[in-house]
Design a protein around this ligand. Structure first.
Ligand code: B12
Length: 210
């Protein structure tokens, strides 16, 4: 467990943006940006989430922590890599809910790993199904953090299959971490635990699609 998680979490809980940034910079002296995010930012946010569930922090603290972290991650993860891979047309989206940080990280890591993909931001089912088909997407990455959104993935998959779109759907986020069978129940083609999983799974599919 990284020793910077505790001071980072405490500065987030105190809404001390300057201190949070300083601890994060300290992490960057020994870790790469993605390591700092996965080893310090993600566990700190998970601990804050657990503290909220236990009633010891307020939702406003959870919210501001998420926002600060989004800004930090936005700055450090490289937006693009010039040496793009030959790859299927891909897109990433947050389906229906408002938890944007996981998608941001997966998007950045995919791009930093040489993938080019559309960032659809946040969409509902109708808009997503229409847009993915219009853009001729082959691989769709869907991030959700609340259960009702996870269940809506089923509508997306059913409609894409009915349209014989051939789009492969990769899902991730808290509900799929809590219930290991859920990705299959909603009709997705695969589930990833992390941003690194997203890269590995899409690379595996690239082999099959050629
Ligand atoms: C921060 C946070 C918020 C912030 C979000 C701020 C923001 N701008 O993002 C705010 C305060 C807005 C919020 C609101 C709510 N939240 Co909230 N929130 C969290 C918290 C603490 C952390 C989420 C986070 O950002 N984690 C850090 C990121 C980096 O991790 P991540 O998203 O999991 O992503 C990683 C992996 O999952 C994976 N991944 C993610 N997406 C994808 C996609 C693909 C394709 C792949 C391969 C991988 C992948 O890779 C990422 C990087 O490693 C979680 C706790 C938790 N355990 O997740 C609760 C949590 C998600 N929230 C929860 C709830 C219930 C809510 C609210 C309904 C609370 C309320 N009563 O109002 C609202 C819902 C708002 C809405 N409609 O969306 C629940 C969801 C439970 C459920 N299963 O339904 C959680 C799990 C807390 C809990 N245990 O109860 N929340």
């Amino acid at each position: 467990m990284n020793p910077l998680i505790k001071p980072f979490r405490e500065s987030l809980e105190m809404l001390d943006r300057v201190q949070a940034e300083s601890v994060f910079q300290q992490a960057l002296t020994t870790l790469s940006p993605i390591q700092a995010v996965e080893q310090v930012v993600v566990p700190a946010l998970e601990q804050i989430g657990a503290a909220w569930e236990a009633g010891s922090v307020a939702l406003s603290q959870v919210y501001m922590s998420g926002r600060f972290c989004e800004e930090l991650v936005e700055h450090v993860l490289p937006p693009s890599d010039p040496d793009r891979k030959h790859q299927p047309r891909s897109a990433i989206v947050v389906l229906s809910d408002y938890h944007m940080l996981g998608k941001r990280i997966v998007y950045s890591v995919m791009r930093a790993s040489g993938f080019e993909l559309f960032d659809y931001g946040r969409m509902g089912v109708d808009e997503l199904v229409a847009r993915a088909q219009a853009d001729k997407i082959r691989v769709l990455l869907i991030s959700v953090l609340i259960l009702p959104s996870a269940l809506r993935v089923r509508d997306v998959c059913t409609r894409l299959k009915a349209a014989a779109s051939g789009i492969k759907v990769l899902v991730g986020g808290a509900p799929f971490l809590f219930d290991a069978q859920m990705w299959q129940e909603v009709g997705a083609d695969a589930m990833g635990h992390s941003a690194a999983d997203a890269v590995n799974i899409v690379e595996g599919w690239m082999g099959e699609m050629q």
